[in-house]
Design a protein around this ligand. Structure first.
Ligand code: ADP
Length: 706
């Protein structure tokens, strides 16, 4: 309010007059929130409003006439400012105002020069509180940022949920200057308990205290699950609508104000998109104020909420860790199992290997003790096993046999003789053959060698076992025996021939007749002499063929010719036995010594007739085969030959029944001679038979070359 006394001062008069004329402006001047002052060029206060008096802490009277410089520091030079400001323009700035009562205020001003000549208008505003508030807020925000980074760091550094929660409550309590901060976990049965707490020493702890369900009913939980945040300034204020039992519970702990933020757990954050994810209330982050009601500010609320989110992240991480630990546990258990199994397997394998080694040693011991040469050759024709005798036989060390190719071990010449048999064994055939081998000592020995193929479950030939026995001694004996028989046969043949001729003449009766008994005796003698002659001839024949002491005179022959020749020769015998002899001659040309082939054929036909019953038929057939050979067959309907004898009857003096020679007048040499003849023609001979139904003797001869 303007006073009469001030009107006396020059300069103020005009303004006052103007103001009086304008009651509205006067009222604004008086009631303005900002301080308004009118000064002269030196900064002397000519007029001030009530707000200015309040700002300077002086009465209107005391302030009028004082200069602004009295209240500022030396740096604030009013005259200088006026000098720099052009007339009619404005200048804003700040200065520190030191009031007479000693209080320091920060003031913001706007100076308008010469609103009337030499009178300047100053509008002043105390910005001390505003600045302090801004600074406080900044400090507060910095604290929160620190808290944030600390808690977030803790979450990153630690995966231990308990540790994270403890750090959170401690830091929140410190920054918020709250009396108690706690984390309350909601349990599945609707109850809950404080699992982490930071509380000032003057207040009771509620850590581990279980909250009854009534205190925290389902509907509250539902609201919190939806993300509700509650800031309660005064718990006793009925506007908060807190349940009576909750208020009673709260009172026990002197709680006046509460700030509650839900901690949510995103159940499906890993499997589903955000829109589908489902939140579950895990717990609450709660701040208590106990000494008096507290007005929570928005910023605190926001920060609490963000911290609750961080805890949610920590929860998810802890969950992950738990899952990870479970997985690790399971995997470790599995690994242990695998280890155990592996261990077991290694043990088993070691045992199996040592058993194998033992059995190999035994096998080696046994095979080393045998007077037979034993070896195993794989499908690449490389030695995989051999006994000691084999090494001695070859005069080679194990290193020069094991893993080496047969050719390398035996040399080119010997391998040439073995190759066909080796290949046959590797095709899965059992092979037996004889071979003359020059040993390391330079001596030549005869060996009987058998290859037995090793065929696996998939019928694949993996190799073969080779068994060889030295038959040199047996061969020598055989040779001596043969020579002996040969010599004896030769010596026998001349006297036998004359004996046989003499008996033949006697039997005819041309030299006189005998009694019936005498005649009978003579016929028996004749018959047996004839058999003896045949035997001697056969022995000599065989001997000759075996020793190669004969020459095959091969020429182009018609198969039909010697088939007819042989049949005709055997016709009388067939008639004598009441057997029909049938032949189907074929017009094939072959390269043979026909005399020997006729000999073979007549021998087979004579056997067929001999072993046929009267009334039976014997067939002689021949046919051309694909493999450029001709197949001959002598088939009868006789008694047949057992399977076990089909091969042995081709050996010397071998008969199905030892009485055959006596009963049928045979020598047991016919088939052996046949085989020799056919083999000399590079053919094969064999027999097939069904007991009681008959036998078939086959032999092949090569077709005419070209
Ligand atoms: P042999 O002179 O004893 O006939 P072989 O060598 O010709 O001598 O025959 C040997 C044995 O083979 C005969 O003793 C007989 O036991 C048997 N054999 C040969 N051919 C036949 C056949 N067609 N039917 C039955 N057994 C036969």
């Amino acid at each position: 309010m303007f006073k009469r006394s001030s009107l006396r001062k020059s300069g103020a008069k005009n303004i006052k007059q103007q103001v009086e004329k304008q009651p509205l402006l006067q009222s604004i001047f008086e009631k303005a929130y900002d301080a308004i002052a009118v000064t002269d060029d030196r900064g002397t206060f000519i007029e001030v409003n009530a707000a200015a008096c309040q700002l300077f802490g002086l009465s209107h009277t005391a302030l009028i006439g004082r200069i602004l410089a009295d209240f500022t520091d030396t740096e604030f030079d009013f005259a200088k400012i006026c000098f720099n400001v052009q007339a009619g323009s404005q200048q804003t700035g700040k200065f520190d105002l030191l009031r007479p009562d000693g209080i320091l205020r920060e003031v913001e001003y706007t100076l308008t020069l010469n609103v009337v000549p030499q009178r300047h208008l100053m509008i002043l505003r105390d910005i001390t509180d505003r600045k302090k508030a801004a600074e406080d807020e900044l400090w507060c925000q910095r604290q929160w940022v620190e808290l944030f980074s600390e808690v977030t760091l803790k979450i990153r550094q630690s995966l231990q949920l308990k540790e994270i929660l403890r750090a959170t409550v401690t830091e929140v309590q410190r920054i918020l200057q709250a009396d108690r901060v706690l984390i309350y976990q909601v349990l599945p049965d609707g109850t809950g308990k404080a699992i982490s707490e930071a509380v000032l020493p003057n207040y009771p702890t509620i850590l581990d205290l279980e909250f009854p369900e009534e205190v925290f009913p389902q509907e509250y939980q539902k609201l919190y699950a939806e993300g509700r945040v509650r800031a309660i300034t005064d718990v006793h204020n009925p506007d908060n609508e807190l349940a009576q039992c909750l208020i009673e519970f709260i009172d026990q702990f002197d709680i006046k104000s509460k700030l509650i933020v839900p901690i949510l757990q995103n159940l499906n954050s890993h499997q589903q998109s955000e829109s589908n994810s489902q939140n579950q209330l895990w717990g609450l982050l709660i701040a208590h104020h106990c000494d008096r009601p507290r007005q929570w500010v928005n910023f605190e609320l926001e920060v609490m909420q963000q911290l609750a989110d961080q805890i949610s992240i920590a929860l998810a991480q802890a969950q992950l860790l738990e899952n990870l630990e479970e997985i690790v546990e399971v995997r470790t258990a599995e690994l242990k199992d695998v280890n155990r199994n592996l261990h077991q397997e290694i043990n088993d394998r070691m045992q199996a290997e040592s058993a194998l080694r033992r059995s190999e040693e035994q096998l080696r011991l046994i095979t080393n003790a045998l007077p037979v040469f034993i070896a195993y050759v794989d499908d690449q024709q490389q030695y995989r096993f051999n006994n000691k005798a084999y090494e001695d036989w070859l005069g080679k060390s194990p290193a020069n046999i094991h893993g080496c190719h047969i050719q390398q071990v035996w040399g080119e010449d010997c391998y040439q003789r073995m190759q066909i048999h080796v290949e046959a064994a590797l095709l899965g055939h059992i092979v037996t053959y004889e071979n003359e081998i020059v040993l390391c000592d330079g001596n030549s020995r005869s060996f009987n060698i058998t290859y037995i193929p090793h065929i696996d479950e998939q019928k694949i030939v993996k190799g073969f076992f080779s068994l060889a026995s030295d038959i040199s001694d047996r061969k020598a004996i055989e040779r001596t025996k043969d020579e002996f028989i040969s010599v004896v046969s030769h010596e026998l043949r001349t006297p036998l021939t004359s004996l046989h001729s003499a008996l033949k003449i006697l039997v005819t009766g041309r030299l006189g007749t005998l009694s019936t008994d005498g005649q009978q005796m003579l016929e028996i003698a004749d018959e047996n002499t004839e058999r003896l002659v045949r035997l001697v001839n056969n022995v000599l024949d065989l001997q000759r063929i075996e020793l190669g002491k004969f020459t095959m005179e091969k020429q182009v022959c018609k198969a039909a010719d010697f088939m007819i020749q042989a049949t005709e020769a055997m016709q009388p015998m067939a008639q004598q036995h009441g057997v029909t002899l049938v032949t189907q001659p074929v017009d094939i040309q072959i390269w043979v010594d026909s005399d020997y082939i006729v000999q073979a054929l007549t021998n087979l036909l004579s056997n067929a007739i001999k072993f046929s019953l009267p009334g039976g038929t014997v067939w002689l057939t021949a046919e051309c085969q694909q493999a450029s050979q001709v197949l001959f067959c002598v088939h009868d309907q006789g008694q047949g030959i057992p399977q076990s004898k089909l091969e042995t009857i081709f050996e010397r003096f071998q008969q199905v029944d030892s009485s055959d020679s006596r009963k049928k007048g045979g020598t047991g040499l016919g088939l052996a001679i046949c085989r020799k003849i056919i083999e000399q023609h590079e053919g094969k001979i064999w027999a097939e038979s069904i007991l009681g139904e008959g036998s078939s003797f086959y032999f092949t001869l090569p077709n005419l070359p070209g």
